[in-house]
Design a protein around this ligand. Structure first.
Ligand code: SF4
Length: 196
């Protein structure tokens, strides 16, 4: 008898057809879409060639070729990191943001947003699955600062309109606009803190 867990995985694999396809769509291969999508969602510490290779699951050399193709199309530009001039940061250009409006996963995002179960619950279930897989493979998935053990929230100055955050791992300030971006140095904190 097929278990519900096995059925769920069969369905999940079919849903992957939303982001895996032959040939190109709007001029980009599925791996290039994946790269551009990740770089648009990653923070400044993970928006790097090695962060990209880790996310896409390729070697640095293959990731570099993808970056080169996206640069040639005007969707990416590279710059030196403010923190370490030797490090390269990959920024999505305005042209890149515009092509992302045609991202083939938009239909999947819509389907998740309209789930009866609720997108938040679905997201939390997927996080639990990834955490189990991470534990078995001795790795961390990319996730945002809100649930990261290294995030500290500044307190005590009530004159500030916005809360301010610091990353203890990178010893750097984290702006409000960066807190929901993906990071590969993420490490899960206790449940409940800084909940989204
Ligand atoms: S707080 Fe965690 S997720 Fe955020 S930048 Fe630092 S290490 Fe990355």
């Amino acid at each position: 008898m097929i278990t519900a867990a096995r059925e769920a995985v069969d369905l999940l694999i079919q849903a992957a057809g939303s982001w895996e396809f032959e040939d190109t769509l709007h001029g980009l291969r599925d791996r290039e879409w994946m790269a551009l999508r990740f770089l648009a969602r990653a923070n400044r510490f993970s928006r790097t060639p090695s962060g990209l290779a880790q996310f896409v699951g390729t070697t640095r050399a293959t990731a570099s070729q993808t970056v080169k193709r996206l640069e040639d199309k005007g969707y990416l530009q590279r710059r030196s990191s403010d923190e370490d001039k030797r490090s390269v940061i990959l920024d999505v250009t305005q042209r890149g943001e515009t092509i992302l409006l045609r991202d083939p996963i938009a239909q999947l995002v819509h389907a998740v947003a309209t789930l009866e179960l609720g997108a938040n619950n679905f997201r939390d279930l997927l996080r639990q699955i990834l955490e189990q897989l991470d534990a078995r493979r001795d790795r961390h998935h990319a996730d945002n600062c809100r649930k990261c053990i290294f995030l500290t929230e500044a307190s005590g100055d009530t004159r500030r309109k916005q809360p301010e955050y610091t990353c203890r791992f990178f010893r750097a300030d984290i702006g409000e606009s960066e807190i929901d971006l993906l990071c590969f140095n993420f490490e899960r904190r206790e449940r409940g803190a800084f909940s989204a």
